[in-house]
Write a protein that binds this ligand. Sequence first.
Ligand code: NAI
Length: 299
Amino acid sequence: MSEVRYDGKTVVVTGGGGSLGRAYCLLFASRGANVVVNDLGGSFSGEGASKSAADKVVDEIVEMGGKAVASYESVSTMEGAEKTMQVAKDAFGSVHMLINNAGILRDVSFAKMTEDDWDKIMEVHLRGAFCMTKAAWPFFREQSYGRVILTASAAGIYGNFGQTNYSAAKLGLYGMGQTLAHEGKKYNINTNVIAPVARSRMTETVMPPPLLEKLRPEAVAPLVGWLCAEESKESGSLFEVGAGRFFKLGWIRTNGYKSEAEGGVASLEELRDNWKTVTDFTDAKMVRNIQESTMAFMR
Ligand code: NAI
């Protein structure tokens, strides 16, 4: 059986010093990739900075005979993102894969959420992924090769108490990934979105220790690794992953209700009286792209 390998390829892993990020870095390094471990090294709510988060993982990789360098820049500024790409270029010549994984939490009910709680989450997750991907994109286009991972969350897909900011940012990344997949297609740039579950300082406050024990970050890494493999053609997809389980998600749409009123302008009462039909998921169908979505309105 042939091995999946990344010899000659360079991966930038943001938040590479954290729980999931480290697992990705070690897997990529073990299969021959050059690894740029990017981590600001602050607290889980985004305060402070430290070089040790990235350095530890670089040391681990070097000890196992792999190739790695550190970047301590925040993902949240264009300047920082470009510096990280420069670190990759100086050390290894280019960038082929970008794992947008850096993240923080500012959990608080919406009633108590401050503007700062909202902005900080957008800054790291959404703006962070924008800046990093924007800085990597020219490399990908020029070499007609790129692999991008964006990290969403079940909190974004389904919602979760106390996480309006985080949910918004995480599902924003899903939308970003959908369009990047379209725009990257002709340049062989694949973009996929994952919603992982793993133990980390982010989950240890909300899950009991026996459960956490089973949620190894290493169990998420194979999905990220495979989506970044040269052989993988997957792009524009969303996955849930954790504890050895791998799921692809999609949108389903009810068969809906069609008003026969002039110009399609239903009365409020007509809509009220047919609400069951609008919301009935019996025989719902999957909608795969914007063409399939729009078709229903054109018919
Ligand atoms: P973690 O806290 O162990 O790792 C996150 C890393 O990102 C930390 O090392 C942190 O220093 C770094 N970071 C934070 N802000 C940064 C910035 N501005 N620039 C560069 N680095 C920065 O947490 P974990 O769990 O490994 O999270 C990784 C990603 O997975 C995050 O995006 C998180 O939202 C997401 N996620 C994790 C889940 C889980 O079950 N662990 C569930 C759903 C999503």
